[in-house]
Design a protein around this ligand. Structure first.
Ligand code: ATP
Ligand code: MG
Length: 561
């Protein structure tokens, strides 16, 4: 892969410096630490490309570590989905698949050590009381009445917590740090809580679970991670991590924070995404409108496009929001290179060529990709009755309309010039049901001897040869750029037009057996891929992304002038 090799940024600079000073004996060892409480999203892709990318560039290693300390929210379904997504993105953790839950015994031992050092105590305050005692950003906290329990009493109580003697929430183990610290996280944070819940890996072995902060820094230490790359929200946690590692006298990784990815029109939080799934606003985690990697994949995104996007946005030390158009741009660039062009009529209307012999068929050689002649050509059948797009005809077209209208001549891609001679309307509804035209036999291949100026080129399919297909047109899931900043409930800002399903589209016969996951450019329409819902007798295509819409721009220009 060539995508990130030459990258330079403050993280890579820091790693180069550590290599120069031999801080970690020449080692570069990173990790990607997801919590298996949902599917990965495009924000995680940024972290994955960084964690695995840096390791690859510097000849180091990257662990995949599941931060699984929250049994009620986590599951092996999520573990499997995360593994599949990381692999799909093009990264490999080799033998290094780890789980924080593998360290539960070690972490418990570390907690006992802290008690023995007089640095941790069992506290009987309720969750609300702990919060109340903690103080605020402007006021110091107050000491828990249980703060000065003896080491023996703490060891005894913690052991009885572990043995299952107390109900959930009855007690916690807390670090004994500083209730007046300006960093609220340092005000005697909770280390262990009681939770009688089955864990997806350790089952019912434990009824006390370590908290995220305690687990995270010690897992990094146990794995001898050199550079713990994380998002900016964890800047304040660094002081706490250092405290745990210092008290226990164990190996210290270097934490470096970078800005998380935010995208316009996109919500990136597993909790909120799960809410959309649970409420049925989308079909599943892999709904093609979701910003999850599984959703983007189903939508037709390539991993190359996502990696290209990740390296294009780079790294920063302050948070900002990236325009989703940039992601779409990276996608179009990649799809343009790789997608065969085909013809598909999404909203068909019959076009009858009155001077073309009934029963006659001919085939045209059509190039598969003008960007890449190596992709070859295919045969496209042509006959007297075609389908064209219903909105390629206007009875009373505006200026600069280069498509069909009474008397207008257009080029049929790869085929002939046709001139529209009329339209048949339904006697009752007035709806146009069929178009008629004549063709110029001299224009075979799409050009004329006398060099007539025919500006519009339309796609078409031969009615007798076409295959019916379902086409799902996706738009953005949200109708506002920053839905979480809006006043009302998130669901108010769901885009009602985010999915339009067309059930009677007509595609060229070369698509008859297109395999799920295959990608195409439908000429003039956009990039599409075959949805896994497809079967031998039912074709379903997802619109990955549209082509840039030049007509919309012209229209805008016209309405302004
Ligand atoms: P979410 O809030 O979406 O659930 P999270 O940070 O809680 O995300 P984790 O499973 O803990 O989810 O994330 C694993 C790693 O991915 C972390 O190191 C985290 O910093 C990183 N990450 C998560 N979201 C983003 C993002 N939007 N941009 C960059 N990195 C991210
Ligand atoms: Mg989280």
């Amino acid at each position: 892969m060539t995508d990130v090799v030459a990258a330079s940024d403050f993280i890579r600079e820091a790693i180069r410096e550590d290599l120069r000073t031999n801080k970690y004996g020449g080692r570069v060892h990173t990790r990607f630490p997801p919590e298996p409480n949902g599917y990965l999203h495009i924000g995680h892709a940024k972290a994955i490309c960084l964690d695995f990318g840096v390791a690859r560039e510097f000849g180091g290693m990257c662990n995949l570590r599941f931060d699984d300390t929250n049994p009620t929210k986590e599951s092996s379904e999520y573990v499997e989905a995360i593994k599949g997504d990381v692999q799909w993105l093009g990264f490999d953790w080799g033998e290094r698949e780890f789980y924080a839950s593998d360290y539960f015994a070690a972490l418990h031992e570390y907690a006992v050590q802290l008690i023995q050092l007089g640095k941790a105590y069992v506290c009987d305050l309720s969750q609300d009381e702990i919060r109340e005692y903690r103080g605020t950003l402007t006021e110091p906290g107050r000491a828990s009445p249980f703060r000065n329990r003896s080491i023996e009493e703490n060891l005894d109580l913690f052991e009885r917590m572990r043995a299952g003697e107390f109900p959930d929430g009855a007690r916690v183990l807390r670090a004994k740090i500083d209730m007046a610290s300006p960093n609220v996280l340092m005000r005697d944070p909770v280390i262990y809580r009681i939770l009688h819940a089955s864990h997806h890996r350790t089952g019912d072995k434990w009824c006390v679970y370590p908290m995220y902060d305690f687990t995270h820094c010690l897992s990094d230490s146990i794995e001898r991670i050199t550079h713990s790359l994380c998002t900016l929200e964890f800047e304040n946690n660094r002081e706490l991590y250092d405290w745990y590692l210092d008290q226990l006298g164990v190996y210290h990784p270097q934490q470096i924070e970078f800005a998380r990815l935010n995208l316009t029109y996109t919500v990136m939080s597993k909790r909120i995404l799960k809410g959309l799934v649970d409420a049925g606003h989308v079909s599943a985690w892999d709904d093609p409108r979701m910003p999850t990697l599984s959703g983007l994949r189903r939508r037709g995104f390539t991993s190359e496009a996502i990696r290209d996007f990740a390296s294009t946005i780079g790294l920063a030390k302050t948070n900002s929001t990236v325009d989703v158009e940039l992601l779409e741009h990276c996608l179009r660039q990649d799809l343009n290179r790789r997608s065969p062009r085909v013809m598909a009529v999404l909203q068909p209307i019959r076009l009858v060529i009155d001077n073309y012999a009934e029963g006659q068929t001919e085939e045209f050689d059509a190039e598969n990709n003008p960007e890449d002649p190596a992709m070859g050509t295919r045969k496209v059948p042509f006959s007297r009755v075609l389908y064209v797009e219903r909105d390629d005809y206007q009875e009373d077209p505006p200026k600069k309309w280069f498509r069909l209208g009474p008397g207008r001549e257009v080029r049929l891609k790869h085929a002939y010039y046709v001139r529209c001679t009329g339209a048949v309307k339904d006697a009752q509804t007035g709806e146009i049901v069929e178009l008629h035209c004549t063709y110029d036999p001299e224009s075979r291949g799409g050009w004329s001897k006398n060099g007539r100026d025919v500006r519009g080129t339309l796609h078409w399919v031969s009615a007798a040869h076409a295959r019916q297909a379902e086409v799902r047109l996706y738009e953005r899931l949200f109708s506002v750029a920053d839905p979480l900043q809006e006043k009302q409930d998130l669901k108010t800002y769901l885009n009602p037009g985010s999915l339009v399903t067309l059930t009677n589209s007509q595609v060229e016969p070369s698509l008859a057996a297109a395999a799920p996951g295959s990608r195409y450019q439908f000429l003039r329409q956009g990039y599409f891929c075959v949805d896994p819902d497809s079967s031998a007798d039912r074709r379903v295509f997802n619109r990955t992304v549209s082509l840039r819409d030049t007509w919309a721009k012209i229209q805008q220009g016209q309405s302004r002038s």
